[in-house]
Design a binder for this molecule. Structure first.
Ligand code: ZN
Length: 266
């Protein structure tokens, strides 16, 4: 995918992660409480990979910003199985069409293209036009928050042409969500259990062909008391990205070896 060259199928990312959790962290799939901070958009519900994890606990609202706040994340952290861990995925979403269109998709049963993420698209239109949408602070507080994130970067966004403008707007919403997530993670009440937090951009394709993930971060938060972290009870964050890449590479090499014709094995 040219706009998101690092994007891979969401099902594949989840499958690799669940293998990593089992083989490296020592946690089985059914002992993982899953929270998703992704946009309320129905296309995301259709395309969320099916797993045996408990959940998802829905942290997101418009464009995946973790709107449930401190109370929501605290509540989620009380639902982690005794021998398990919490897994949180957060990130904005963006439609990328078959023709390379960014910010719209062709939805099931619809001939015309519609905005995706519609919230980001509407907010961005106002930011570029310099118009004040006068969102009702009670009736439309989530959309006001997304608009405020983009409005703070209006000069930069106005200088960009499409599709770079929509890609940048999505990045800005990711960064704001990540900042908020870091704040909220301080309120996880894990009682000695571990949380793994993944951040990325969720990409929707035309005709609900399935979503892709461009993974930006993967780290632990909380007590590193499982698997290779045994013995280390210190609380804090560990970047898991290089461990995850190493695991994924070995998995793929195993698959390649398994499908290699016997005659090619020397
Ligand atoms: Zn959306």
């Amino acid at each position: 995918m040219s706009v998101y060259p690092r994007a891979i199928k969401a099902n594949f990312v989840f499958s690799l992660f669940l293998g990593f959790a089992r083989d490296v962290l020592g946690i089985t799939e059914k002992n993982i409480a899953f929270a998703a901070s992704i946009c309320s958009d129905d296309i995301n519900s259709i395309e969320l990979p099916l797993t045996k994890m408990i959940g998802p606990f829905v942290l997101g609202g418009l464009d995946g910003f973790p709107f449930v706040g401190q109370t929501g994340i605290e509540a989620f952290s009380h639902h982690v199985p005794d021998e398990g861990m919490a897994f949180i995925f957060f990130g904005p979403h963006v439609g990328v069409g078959d023709g390379g269109e960014v910010g719209t998709i062709k939805r099931p049963g619809m001939a015309s293209r519609t905005a995706c993420c519609g919230s980001a698209s509407a907010a961005l239109e106002h930011v570029i036009a310099g118009s004040d949408p006068c969102y009702d602070p009670e009736l439309d507080f989530q959309q006001k928050a997304i608009f405020d994130i983009l409005k703070a970067h209006a000069p930069e966004l106005k200088l960009l042409a499409m599709p770079a403008r929509f890609v940048r707007a999505t990045e800005l919403i990711y960064d704001a969500s990540h900042d908020r997530m870091r704040e909220l993670l301080k309120h996880l009440d894990l009682q000695g259990k571990m949380a793994v937090v993944a951040g990325g951009t969720l990409i929707n394709e035309d005709d609900a062909k399935g979503s892709l993930i461009s993974l930006n971060s993967l780290s632990t938060y909380g007590f590193k008391s499982f698997g290779r972290f045994d013995g280390s009870k210190a609380e804090g964050t560990v970047n898991l990205m290089s461990d995850f890449k190493h695991y994924a590479k070995n998995e793929l090499l195993n698959v390649l070896a398994a499908i290699e014709p016997v005659s090619d094995r020397g």
